[in-house]
Design a protein around this ligand. Structure first.
Ligand code: PLP
Length: 390
C-alpha cells in the first residue's frame, strides 16, 4: 500500500482551497448570508450567466464558505470537482436523479436509507432499480445489457465489511457505457480513493468520518466536472445544498481527518485481533485480518483498513443485545465515524427494515454487533468489550 505523491493528503486537508480571506484570517470565515450584493446589474449578470465566478445565492451553492469546502473535498478524493449537500442522502438523491434515470444496479450491502430510496421511492418515479449481492456479480453483465446506466455500491460494505473490486466492476460497467458510483463513507479518502481505481463518482455521508465528531450532518459527491455539472441544477432546485455554517465546521474537521483516520485504523486492527482470540466471539469481520475473505483485495485497493468492524457473538441475538447494553465506552447509537466509539446491532437498527430471511440471505445474523472504533485508548476499548462479553 502506498499513499499519494505530494501534495499529500494531510496538506490537502489543511490547505485544500485557494480562497483568500480579505482580512488575512488563516481560516475562511463563515459567510452566513443568504445572498450577496453586486455593484451593478452588469456584474450581477456576469455571475448569473457564468461568465465570472462569484458568490450569488447560498442555496445555489454560490457562497465562499461552500466554494472552499468543495475545493477541499475534491482535492481529498483526487477529483476535478465536488458538490456538498445537507446530508449523505441528499448527495445520493441528486446523483440518482441526475445519472440514474435509465436504471440503477445496486451491488452488495448498502446503508438502509439508500436501500429504501432505491427500492421504495425511485421506482415511484419510474426509475428501474436492480439489486444483486456481491456473490452474484456474475449477473452484472446481463443487467447492464438490459440498459441500466449506473452501478452503485459500498466497499467495505455495511455491516459485513464485504470488499468489492472497484477496478473490475468499473471495467465491466464501462464496457456497457454505464457509470460507477462508490459510497466511500466507511473508508474515507484516507483509506481508499475510488476515482483512482476507475469509479466515476464518489459519494460520502460527510456526517461520518469527514465530520468526525458526530456534530454535523452533510454529504458530498465527487467526480469529473462534466459529470457533476448537471447535478448542480438538481441540487439547486431540490434545495439540498449544505449550510455555510456546516461547511465551515466540516472544513475545521477535515484538518484532522488524516490523523484521526490513521488512529481509527490502528485501534480497530488491535481490537479485531483481540476479538479473534475471545472465546465468546465466533467471528470477526474486518478487512485487516489476513483470515478475512476480502483481505487480499482490501490490501490491493485500500491504503488502510478502516475503523469499522463487526463481531459475531457466540450465542443468540438476545445475547448480542445483552453485550451491546452492557458496553460502557461504546455508546449504543446507529452512526459511525466519530471520535467516540459506537456500537449497533444491525438487526435492530441499520438492517431492521429487512425481513429476517433477507438478512440471512445477506449473511447478516442477529448475533452481529457493528463497532465504530473511536479515538479512546485502545486498551480501554478492549477492556470494555471484555467486561461486556464476560
Ligand atoms: C454508508 C452510508 N452512506 C450514506 C449514509 C447516509 O448519510 P446521511 O445520514 O448523512 O444522510 C449513511 C448513514 O448512515 C451511511 O452509513
Amino acid at each position: 500500500m502506498t499513499d499519494r505523491t505530494p501534495p499529500g493528503l494531510s496538506t490537502c486537508a489543511i490547505h485544500g482551497h485557494s480562497i483568500q480571506d480579505a482580512h488575512g484570517s488563516p481560516h475562511l470565515p463563515v459567510y452566513d448570508t443568504t445572498t450577496f450584493a453586486f455593484p451593478s446589474t452588469a456584474a450581477l449578470l456576469d455571475v448569473i450567466n457564468g461568465q465570472q465566478p462569484g458568490s450569488l445565492y447560498t442555496r445555489y451553492g454560490l457562497n465562499l464558505s461552500i466554494f472552499a469546502i468543495e475545493e477541499t473535498l475534491a482535492n481529498l478524493e483526487g477529483a476535478e470537482a465536488a458538490w456538498s449537500f445537507c446530508s449523505g442522502m441528499a448527495a445520493e438523491s441528486a446523483l440518482f436523479l441526475t445519472h440514474g434515470r435509465e436504471g440503477i444496479i445496486c451491488v452488495g450491502d448498502v446503508y438502509g436509507g439508500t436501500l429504501e430510496l432505491l427500492a421504495n421511492q425511485l421506482p415511484l418515479l419510474g426509475i428501474k432499480t436492480d439489486f444483486i449481492l456481491g456473490s452474484e456479480l456474475g449477473q452484472l453483465d446481463t443487467l447492464l445489457a438490459a440498459g441500466a446506466k449506473l452501478v452503485f455500491f459500498e466497499t467495505p460494505a455495511n455491516p459485513t465489511l464485504e470488499v468489492l473490486d472497484i477496478r473490475a466492476i468499473a471495467a465491466q460497467a464501462h464496457a456497457h457505457g454505464a457509470r460507477v458510483a462508490v459510497d466511500n463513507t466507511f473508508a474515507s479518502p484516507v483509506n481508499q480513493r475510488p476515482l483512482e481505481l476507475g469509479a466515476d463518482f464518489v459519494v460520502h455521508s460527510a456526517t461520518k468520518y469527514l465530520g468526525g465528531h458526530s456534530d454535523l450532518t452533510a454529504g458530498a459527491l465527487m467526480g469529473s466536472k462534466e459529470l457533476l455539472q448537471p447535478v448542480w441544477d438538481w441540487r439547486k432546485n431540490l434545495g439540498s445544498t449544505i449550510a455555510p455554517a456546516t461547511a465551515s465546521l466540516l472544513a475545521r474537521s477535515l484538518r484532522t481527518l488524516v490523523v484521526r483516520v490513521r488512529q481509527h485504523n490502528e485501534s480497530a486492527q488491535q481490537i479485531a485481533e483481540a476479538m479473534t482470540r475471545h472465546p465468546k466471539v465466533s467471528r470477526v469481520y474486518f478487512p485487516g485480518l489476513p483470515s478475512f475473505p476480502g483481505h487480499a483485495l482490501a490490501k490491493d485497493q485500500m491504503y488502510g483498513f478502516g475503523g469499522m468492524l463487526t463481531i459475531e457473538i457466540a450465542g443468540t441475538g438476545a445475547d448480542a443485545t445483552r453485550v451491546a447494553d452492557r458496553l460502557k465506552l461504546f455508546t449504543l447509537a446507529p452512526s459511525l465515524g466519530g471520535v467516540e466509539s459506537l456500537v449497533t446491532q444491525p438487526c435492530t437498527t441499520t438492517h431492521h427494515g429487512l425481513t429476517a430471511a433477507e438478512r440471512t440471505r445477506r449473511g447478516i445474523s442477529d448475533a452481529m454487533l457493528r463497532l465504530s472504533v473511536g479515538l479512546e485508548d485502545t486498551a480501554d476499548l478492549i477492556a470494555d468489550l471484555e467486561q461486556a462479553l464476560g
